[in-house]
Design a protein around this ligand. Structure first.
Ligand code: C2E
Ligand code: CA
Ligand code: CA
Length: 592
């Protein structure tokens, strides 16, 4: 009896053991199946990706390649677990390196985090052309238990994007660089112009009576004329080291980077006009074409920022006179007030000569109209011109990079002022400082702010930085880190000129602003325009939903205060309350 019980218990234990082993096996099989399924799923996902994705072992063996990678690297049928040959080359910052060398040379920290190398070039030796690409490198463990790693490399081909970009920058009919390209080139040209102390010119050339010609000759013929004219202008421009652009229908722009006198440019226009007379024939009969031209010369016709506008004005003058005229823009008395070149040369000494001054414009709380903050606005007290507004000289400072020095000066002046107010027991208020793109891009910006705050012993809560909407957007990514660091110091941040740029909602949500400043241009017609009223209301609501406070700037009347106040905006700023004032005048408003 005893033995049979023992036998049963042994059998029972054996059955239990077998069941446990079985369960364990089933579990492992299932886990492997799941892992397999997952891998298959990932493979499928990567296979549909247009980006080439491949994994390399530390010995350069191919561990995985999706379809795009197989095509890009021209891999043979049995490529898995074989070395990648030939080794592709990539170019980053003008140097070509083999991919494996590049991977080995990546610093450890960069290797461990997904690293992006935008706008690199990529070439496989069997290829003739290199591709513009974005390259991503990720180092990942192989999960084998041993310390084995692989590189996951993603290559995004940018050829199409580049082609699109190229197309976007050319006129669809004539293939000449278009308005967009002109704008980019002019910005670069303007940035350099101060360096060589030379003159430059812009010329707008427009074929006369164009609508009439179109109605006589019809679309197809006119398009032919335009194409030929564009080609001719381009040749002419190139032979004089000028640049030709096709802005719109019959308007062309010529930029002349260096010029001695206006006569040279007028001569160029006369040549073009002369050629036009005999330029086009229909059935062997000459078709008499004429063009008008408007010229503006920097610095004679005004600042670089106005140069294109002035060329348009000159063209309008020429067209008023009839057909085939050339007009050079003359400045009005008011415009002659500031000579940009004189200012440009003087501005570098202005700090040393103590010619800059900070004015403070009050910002009031809507509910009780009490002054709770101020915006620091820079003024230049010029010995000859008197107070020069920042719109005239900030662009010059940005072009020369001097804005960084000015920014530091403004911060130190504001901090000194804050300390004085604190010592003399004025009411504490937050002061906003405008910040330009160049400043945030500059290495050491945050460190300087931090150092100055400590040096002057001012609480960071009393300082706010204003960044304009356009600038914040342009620099998405790069400036984000600096902005984050800045916020860590305890200062606050305002998104300035809101409503003038193209801030996407997604970006706005991410942007760590405490305050949204709605631009003056949006409320200029608010009293009479219901559409504007709706927009402002929606903007205020949007800002509030994102947890931001709202400042509306440019408030000029009691009616505006009442209307905009009723929308729930938190703070207001504008001439109605006060213009920007020197510190000693402003402080009367915060005396206790
Ligand atoms: P912003 O930041 O938009 O400054 C507001 C401008 O609107 C100021 O012009 C101010 O005087 C003006 N303003 C305020 N209320 C009213 C109003 O009710 N009606 C009208 N018509 N205008 C009003 P300001 O002082 O000429 O400054 C122009 C721009 O120069 C500023 O625009 C800012 O972008 C820049 N700026 C000024 N100071 C500095 C500075 O220290 N650093 C940098 N980077 N930029 C500065
Ligand atoms: Ca501002
Ligand atoms: Ca503003």
């Amino acid at each position: 009896m005893g033995t049979s019980t023992e036998i049963y218990s042994i059998i029972g234990i054996l059955i239990l053991f077998a069941a446990a082993v079985l369960l364990f096996w089933m579990f492992r099989i299932r886990r492997n199946q799941m892992a397999e399924r997952r891998i298959t799923m990932f493979k499928k996902a990567f296979d549909v990706s247009e980006d080439a994705v491949f994994a390399l072992s530390e010995n350069n063996d191919i561990l995985y390649a999706n379809k795009s990678a197989v095509a890009l690297l021209k891999l043979p049928p049995e490529y898995l677990h074989r070395p990648l040959e030939p080794m592709p080359k990539i170019r980053i910052k003008n140097a070509w390196v083999a991919l494996d060398t590049f991977l080995q040379e990546l610093p450890q920290t960069k290797r461990d985090n997904m690293q992006a190398f935008p706008h690199s070039s990529f070439i496989v030796e069997t290829y003739e052309h290199s591709l513009p690409v974005n390259l991503y490198v990720d180092r990942s463990s192989l999960g084998t238990g041993k310390e084995q790693f692989c590189y996951v490399i993603t290559v995004r081909d940018l050829t199409k994007e580049y082609e699109c970009r190229e197309l976007e920058h050319r006129h669809i009919l004539t293939k000449l660089p278009n308005q967009l390209q002109a704008k980019e080139d002019l910005n670069k040209l303007f940035a350099k112009i101060h360096l060589h102390n030379k003159k430059m010119a812009l010329v707008l050339i427009s074929l006369d009576n164009f609508t009439q010609i179109r109605s006589i000759l019809g679309h197809a013929q006119v398009d032919q004329i335009i194409v030929r004219f564009a080609h001719y202008l381009d040749q002419m421009a190139k032979s004089s080291s000028y640049y030709a652009y096709h802005l719109a229908s019959n308007d062309f722009l010529i930029s002349v980077p260096i010029v001695e006198t206006a006569d040279e440019v007028v001569y160029f226009c006369r040549q073009v006009q002369k050629e036009l007379r005999t330029f086009y024939k229909i059935n062997n009969v000459r078709f008499h074409l004429t063009a008008s031209a408007g010229i503006s010369i920097y610095p004679d016709s005004g600042s670089t920022l106005q140069l294109l506008d002035h060329a348009y004005k000159a063209l309008a003058e020429a067209q008023k006179e009839g057909i085939g005229h050339v007009h050079v823009y003359e400045r009005s008395e008011l415009e002659k007030k500031y000579n940009e070149l004189t200012l440009f040369n003087a501005i570098h000494e202005a700090i040393d000569k103590d010619e800059f001054e900070i004015h403070y414009q009050p910002i009031v709380r809507t509910k009780d109209q009490e002054v709770v903050a101020a915006e620091a606005l820079i003024r230049w007290r010029h010995s000859e011109y008197g107070y020069i507004p920042p719109d005239v000289f900030i662009p010059m400072l940005e072009q020369s990079g001097f804005i960084i020095e000015l920014g530091r000066y403004v911060l130190s002046e504001v901090l000194k002022q804050q300390k004085r107010w604190e010592v003399f027991k004025f009411k504490p208020i937050e002061v906003s400082i405008n910040m330009s793109l160049l400043e945030i891009e500059t290495e050491g910006f945050v460190e300087n702010v931090s150092r100055q705050l400590i040096e002057h012993q001012v609480a960071p809560e009393l300082i706010k930085f204003e960044i304009t909407e356009g600038v914040a957007m342009q620099n998405e990514g790069q400036a984000d880190r600096q902005i984050e660091e800045l916020k860590k110091l305890g200062v606050s941040l305002a998104l300035d000129d809101f409503g003038t740029g193209y801030t996407s909602f997604a970006y706005l949500k991410k942007f760590p602003a405490d305050v949204l400043k709605i631009d003056k241009t949006l409320i200029d017609y608010i009293l009479e325009n219901e559409e504007d009223q709706r927009i402002i209301r929606a903007m205020i609501e949007l800002g509030h939903n994102l947890g931001m406070k709202i400042v509306v700037e440019g408030i000029e009347s009691k009616e505006m205060v009442d209307l905009i106040g009723s929308y729930g905006c938190d703070y207001m700023q504008g001439y109605y309350f006060s213009k920007p004032l020197p510190a000693y005048e402003f402080q009367e408003m915060i005396r206790r």
